[in-house]
Structure formats: structure tokens, C-alpha cells
Ligand binder design. Sequence first.
Ligand code: SP5
Ligand code: ZN
Length: 349
Amino acid sequence: MQVVYSPRHLLHDPSTEIEASTSHSPYEHTGRAETIKATLSADEQFRFREPSDHGVAPITAVHDEGLVNFLSVAWAEYQREVGERREVVPDIFFRRELRNQMGAASEPSAVSARLGWWCFETTTPLTQGSYEAARAAVDTALTATDVVLAGERVSYGLCRPPGHHATRDLYGGYCFFNNAAIAAHDIVSRTGGKVTVLDVDYHHGNGTQEIFYDRDDVQYVSLHGDPQRAYPYFTGYADETGSGRGRGATFNVPLAKRTQDDAYLAALADCCDEISAFGPSAVVVSLGLDTFITDPIADLALSTQGFARSGALVAQLGLPTVVLQEGGYDVEALGRNVHAWLTGFVGAV
Ligand code: SP5
Ligand code: ZN
């Protein structure tokens, strides 16, 4: 299997995360991608390559150009306007209700205001190299897509930072650009075929869902911790099924605390039935391993063997598959869990 990896992910190197009313070392850090790289490198069936530059056009095909432009200048602008900081986090968020009865808002010019305009939460600090790393993650996803469109059955893009929380015009949830959505849209625009994004990260991929919510050419299917108790809280409910032409092309399965392998695999089998009924020509998997039993920020209870079974079940769809890295924060187990999922897939082909 081809693995796409870029050392440029190291340029996104935050030292803090503001979460649960504390400032602590970040769950999403460089060591995550490095441990996955080390584990897969030790198995000769994984062949590594670096991504090629795909430019900005595939990004602005799914994201607001304003978000891309902002991220490209925000860190430097903050250093000039506010002061020298290692990393930059919003201290205000725009909410529509601030202007009730006062007409629409528009983007202000102050960088502090612009942060709150383009970001939705506090756990995604911008560092000096974050934009370059986020661009590399997109190139990683698009290069993995190229591998599959060239005829390989499956490829793996070791994307970092992850992507599925980034909406058309907001970043957050450790995500800047929505790598999976960009890849899915790229497949549709290059092949004309329908695509499914299957999201197995613990967290609902609110960004991917939003980007495709009204479209009938990209299906979004997700299993995740019930948003009644789990981040991102405001999306991922079972009654969110799409709108307009996209009605019926979104499928959410909220899961109970401590869900184990057998129950998870049964839910995943239902998802695979939905995918087969949609009839896509390719699948993009948002692969999060934060469903693992000892993940520090989640509460499901999958085992490493459960990941192997998940990969095998997805392979049984019989479709060209681009697997892209999302979350997974038990770093000690992360490499072997990714390895289990991918070898589970290959073993079932
Ligand atoms: C890509 C991805 O997995 N993003 C996840 C972002 C989640 N960030 C906030 C998590 C809040 C978790 N709070 C639980 C505290 C346990 N100590
Ligand atoms: Zn996650």
C-alpha cells in the first residue's frame, strides 16, 4: 500500500491547548504522525512517498477563499498588530445574535476580530508554520487520491493536521482545511462519479457534513459519540439527513458510551448498507482512532482487533478507497491501531 507522508506536518507545533477551562499540552501534537510513520515504516508492505503540490484551487473549491487567505497571513498579522506570541488563539467569537435587529455583519479588519470570524473554538492554535502544514496535509490527501485514481485499490494519506471539523468557512477542532472533503470533491470533479465520505473518527465530522449537506453527489456517513455528550455537541444527530437535493445523503449514527467492538461493527455494517444503496464509485475514509478504549479524550471502547475488523468490513464494499488520517490521541497505541485498520483492509481485498 502507498502511504503519503510529509515532514512539513512538523511545522504545526502548538505547545498549548485551551480546553476544559485549562491550558495544557495539546492532545493533537507532532508525535502522533511520527509514531504512525514509524510503525508503518517497519512493515515493508507500506511504501512511502511525499505529496506533490496541488495548488490552492482544490481548497477553494470547498472552502471560502477568505478562510484560506486569512490562514495564510493570520500568524504574522497577529505578531505585528497584537504582539509577539508563539501561538495565536481567538479571544472573541463572532455570533450572529450579537447583531440581532441590526442587519448583517461583515468581516472587520482587526486581526483579533478576524480570528473570531474564521474560527469556532479554542483548541486549535495557529503557530508560525500552521498554514504550511495545513497545506501539506491537503497535498497529502490529494496525492493519496491521485494514487487511487491511477488504479490502486487503496491508499493512505497520513494527514496532519486533521480536517473533518473544518467547515466551508470556519476552522477549529484541531482542523484548518477539510482534507477529506477536498479529496472527495476532487474525485467527483475529476471523474463525474459519486463519492462517499465514511467518517469513523470518534467525533462527528461537522465540517464534512456541512460542506456536502445539500449535495446529492457526495454522501456523508458517520459513526461517533452521541453529540448529547460528545464534541462537537451541536451536530451529528440522527435526524440530520441532508437538505434539498442532498436529502437522504447524510447518515449519522450516534453511539453510546463504552460501545465495544461487536456493537460498533454492527453499526458499521448498517453504514456499509447505506453506502451500497447510494452506489458511489469511490470511498474516502476519515480514519480516526480516537474510538480506542484508552483514548484520553473519548469514551468508546474499541480494541486493536476491532480496528482490523473495521478495515476488513470497509474493504468488503469492493470500492476504490482513499484512507485519510483524522484523530486518535492514545499516542502509545496509535501506530499499531492505524496498522491494524489498514492491514485489516488489505487482508480482506
Ligand atoms: C480531529 C479530532 O479528533 N478533533 C477532536 C477535537 C476535540 N477537541 C475537544 C475535545 C474536548 C474533550 N474533552 C474531554 C476531556 C477529557 N479529559
Ligand atoms: Zn476525533
